[in-house]
Design a protein around this ligand. Sequence first.
Ligand code: ZN
Length: 236
Amino acid sequence: MKKLTILEAESLAGKFRSERGLSQYEPINAKTLLRRLNITTMYRPLSGNSYGISCRSKSGKMFMMVNSNSTRGRQHFTIAHELYHLFYDENPSPHMCQGLATGEEKNANMFASALLLPRDGILPMIDKDEIIHRKIKLATILRMEQMYQVSRTNLLLRLKALGLMTERQVKDFQAVQVKSSAREYGYDQSLYEAGNEGVVIGDFGEKARLLYESGKISEGHYIELLNMITNGQKEN
Ligand SMILES: [Zn+2]
């Protein structure tokens, strides 16, 4: 496994966009993209520290599960993170992604960040004055996170990675209450709330349906199921 630099992650994300007819600046609509890529996706409540899981079967079918307990903004990051596993992970094996910043997890996070928040899209949204004085306003933060449908944390970390924000400024913004700041500026709150529980994208096999319909399923079972699909056993 090769550790990606930020520039390599950006060029991979840029390539991913251009190969799918997306410009280098437009926001990603996660559900539309999942449909277009034909990735069977289920939004289900997973335990607190799990964000998502994905796998590709031997025949090339792709599956993804997203934690519906995460905020919608965080879900978009999870989806972009899982796209890295599906398309670029050199040694994919189904696992719960829990936000660990090591190895392929770190690569997947860097890719997700670059894909969701493209440099060419976010830079023009920041005033020259804000860049010169190295002080981005809350109003700009809100405009960017709403435009690109990401969580506050994802945006702040991206701005820091691009050298547009200091660690101190990130901390200061993290102390601001996200939902109330959005409300004050007249934005929709749904980005900052959990959602999509029970939503399914794409057609999915009988096995997955049975599991899905049986309600509460342990994460261990999901992994077992996905391993089965990946190994091509009893595949639908
Ligand atoms: Zn992962």
